[in-house]
Design a protein around this ligand. Structure first.
Ligand SMILES: Nc1ncnc2c1ncn2[C@@H]1O[C@H](COP(=O)(O)OP(=O)(O)OP(=O)(O)O)[C@@H](O)[C@H]1O
Length: 364
C-alpha cells in the first residue's frame, strides 16, 4: 500500500484555460494516507472521475504532480502504478470461467498456484459465487459480472491502491448493502488504501473512514462522516449530506447573536463581524417546533412520515426549511415558531464556514 500525494494538482480539458470555469479540477493539494478508505463524493460533473483517472494514470494532469510514497508517478503509465481498478460497468473475460477471471491478476504475476486457489476461494466466498467458479462468465447477469469485476479488483493483496468508480451502479439494491459491508471488512482485514467514487451519500458514509466532498471541480471538505454532519465546511456539504440537507437562512451576525428575518437566534459561540453573504446553517435534526413564544415565525406546510422519523416541511418567511421529529414526537398544536439548538448552528460567509472567534464556556 502507498501514501498518495497530490501536489498542486489541477486539470483542464482545454488547451489554453483562461478562467476558473475552464478547470474541471481546481488546484488541489492532499495526502491520501496509506491504508485509509476514502470516498470521493459529489454530484455529476463535479470532477470525481477526472481526479480518479489522474490517480490511475488514465489522464495526464495539466498541472502539478502525483506521488506514490514520495515517488513521482505523474508520467508513469497505469501498468506501472500497481493499482487495481473497478469501473462502473463490468469488465470480464466472457470465455473464461468465473474462477479464471478471479485468478487472472495473480496468474499474470506468476503467483504460486496454491496461493491463487486459496485467494480465489476467499474472494469467491466474499462475492457469494463459490458455487459458480467453474462456469463460464458468458451468459451471467450484469450484476454477477460486476461482482466478478469487484472480486478481481480485490484479489491481489500487494497493490498500491484500490480505486473504485461507482462500482455498485449495476448491482441489485439488497446486494449493494452486502457488498459495501464486505468491502469495508476487506479494508479492515487488509488495510488497503482505497478510493471509492460515488454520488451516493449513503454509500460514501457507510464505506469510508474519510469522505472527500467535491463541488464544481473543487474539494470543499475532507472529513469523517461525523465531521461532515456536524461541521459542514461549505454550504454544499450541508445541503448534499443529510436527508433532507441542512437549512440555510440569511443572517446578520453579531457576537453570540444571529438576526434572521428580524428575530434573534442565540449562537453557542462568539463570532467576529462576518464579511460577505452571511448565513446560518442548521440541520433539520436540530430544529424544534413551538406554538407561540420565542423563535423564528414559521408555517407548517406538511408532515411526511418516513418510517423512523417525520419530516416537517416549513415555510420560514418565504424560505423553505425542514425539521425532523422522532416517530413518536407530535407536531405541537398551533406550531408557528421554530427554535434551534445553539450548539448545532454553523455560520457561513459566502458559502464557507466561519470558525467562531471565541468558544463560550468550553475549551477552544
Ligand atoms: N474527456 C473530456 N473532455 C472534455 N470535458 C470533459 C471530459 N471528461 C469530463 N469532462 C468535463 O469535466 C467536468 C468533470 O467531469 P467528471 O467526469 O470528472 O465528473 P464526475 O464528477 O466524475 O461526473 P459523473 O459522476 O457524471 O461521472 C465536467 O464538466 C465534464 O463535462
Amino acid at each position: 500500500m502507498a501514501k498518495i500525494t497530490l501536489d498542486n494538482l489541477a486539470h483542464s480539458y482545454l488547451k489554453h484555460p483562461t478562467k476558473d470555469d475552464d478547470w474541471a479540477l481546481k488546484e488541489l493539494n492532499h495526502d491520501w494516507v496509506d491504508g485509509e478508505a476514502y470516498a470521493l463524493l459529489g454530484s455529476s460533473g463535479c470532477g470525481k472521475s477526472t481526479l480518479l483517472n489522474i490517480i490511475s494514470g488514465l489522464l495526464q494532469p495539466s498541472q502539478g504532480r502525483i506521488l506514490f510514497d514520495g515517488h513521482d508517478v505523474t508520467h508513469a503509465p497505469t501498468a506501472e502504478r500497481n493499482i487495481a481498478q473497478v469501473f462502473q460497468f463490468p469488465v470480464v473475460y466472457d470465455t473464461m470461467s468465473v474462477g479464471d477471471n478471479l485468478a487472472f491478476p495473480l496468474k499474470n504475476r506468476g503467483a504460486d498456484p496454491k496461493y491463487i486457489a486459496e485467494r480465489v476461494n476467499a474472494i469467491a466466498a466474499m462475492i457469494g459465487m463459490e458455487d459458480q467458479l467453474k462456469r463460464k462468465a458468458r451468459g451471467l447477469t450484469a450484476d454477477a459480472k460486476q461482482k466478478i469485476s469487484l472480486g478481481r479488483g480485490m484479489v491481489r493483496e500487494d497493490v498500491n491502491a484500490l480505486l473504485f468508480d461507482e462500482p455498485l451502479t449495476v448491482i441489485d439494491p439488497h446486494m449493494k448493502w452486502e457488498l459495501r459491508t464486505q468491502l469495508k471488512q476487506l479494508h479492515h482485514d487488509f488495510g488497503h488504501t482505497m478510493i471509492y467514487v460515488t454520488h451516493d451519500q449513503t454509500e460514501a458514509l457507510t464505506f469510508a473512514d474519510k469522505v472527500v466532498v467535491m463541488y464544481d471541480g473543487r474539494v470543499v471538505q475532507i472529513g469523517t462522516p461525523q465531521e461532515l454532519f456536524e461541521r459542514p465546511a461549505h454550504t454544499f456539504v450541508g445541503f448534499f449530506i443529510g436527508s433532507p440537507g441542512m437549512n440555510l437562512f440569511d443572517a446578520e451576525i453579531a457576537g453570540t447573536n444571529a438576526t434572521v428575518q428580524g428575530a434573534s437566534v442565540p449562537l453557542a459561540d462568539a463570532y467576529a463581524p462576518v464579511a460577505g453573504h452571511a448565513q446560518i446553517g442548521v440541520r433539520p435534526e436540530f430544529v424544534r417546533l413551538r406554538a407561540g413564544g420565542e423563535g423564528l415565525p414559521a408555517r407548517v406546510l406538511r408532515v411526511e412520515d418516513v418510517g423512523r422519523h417525520k419530516i416537517v416541511r416549513l415555510d420560514v418567511g418565504g424560505t423553505a426549511a425542514n425539521a425532523i421529529l422522532d416517530e413518536g414526537e407530535p407536531v405541537p398544536a398551533g406550531a408557528d415558531r421554530i427554535v434551534f439548538e445553539p450548539q448545532a448552528i454553523n455560520v457561513y460567509a459566502d458559502e464557507w464556514r466561519v470558525a467562531p472567534e471565541r468558544r463560550q464556556g468550553r475549551a477552544a
